[in-house]
Design a protein around this ligand. Structure first.
Ligand SMILES: CSCCC(=O)C(=O)COP(=O)(O)O
Ligand SMILES: [Zn+2]
Length: 208
């Protein structure tokens, strides 16, 4: 009998859903969230539910390959992207995906990345201690084949690492949304808010 999801984890995921919903970042049934559990297990939101009204039963468990512990439950359609984050970044404990207007519009306009520079809020990202910094947020083409999209993302991350560039803890999917992650749910929320703030600034300035 697998261990139940700790209440602290489902509570954090439900609270994240309410917070993103208040911001208008999870319209309809958009968005998905996850947190790492013990032994490679992952708590993730179920597919097709409104993320602003999550209940404990809307959070389920998958393994590192995205396989549901309870085969009667359908995990997020984008579960493999959460698995890809935890596989690559051992320090990641929480991962958030939202569909804001800013991330959707800017990712549609962008090339291979969105550049953010000169913002005080860049300091919300690891290793950046001054506004005189720059991040290049990868933009991936959207793909309904999530495994293929994750493979492309791994190629992009590999290339950054080969070039000695620190991989930013987030990326955009064109016309779709954003993923961010951190070592805690609070950390992931802070990064998402900082990122969305900067993307909104770019949008208002007519850039991107
Ligand atoms: C109506 S949103 C389309 C699917 C999506 O992009 C998303 O974020 C939500 O999918 P899920 O399966 O996690 O509910
Ligand atoms: Zn999505």
């Amino acid at each position: 009998m697998p261990a139940p999801i700790p209440v602290s984890i489902s509570t954090a995921i439900m609270a994240a859903g309410r917070r993103l919903d208040q911001r208008g970042w999870v319209p309809a049934t958009a968005g998905n969230f996850s947190m790492k559990l013990e032994a490679g297990r992952i708590a993730v939101t179920r597919s097709g539910v409104h993320k602003g009204f999550l209940q404990p039963e809307h959070v389920m468990v998958v393994d590192g390959e995205g396989r549901a512990e309870d085969p009667a439950l359908r995990p997020s359609a984008e579960t493999l992207l959460h698995c890809g984050i935890y596989r690559r970044f051992p320090g990641a404990q929480a991962s958030l995906h939202g569909h804001s207007v800013a991330n959707t519009v800017l990712s549609r306009r962008a090339g291979a990345c969105v550049v953010l520079e000169g913002y005080e809020l860049l300091k919300a990202f690891p290793g950046l201690e001054t506004h005189e910094a720059r991040i290049e947020l990868p933009v991936l083409d959207n793909d309904q084949d999530i495994a293929r999209m994750q493979r492309e993302l791994d190629r992009r991350w590999d290339a950054l690492e080969r070039d000695g560039v620190a991989v930013p803890p987030g990326y955009l999917i064109r016309g779709h949304g954003v993923y961010v992650w951190a070592g805690s749910m609070d950390g992931a929320l802070a990064r998402l808010e900082a990122l969305e703030f900067m993307l909104e600034c770019e949008l208002m300035q007519g850039r991107g």
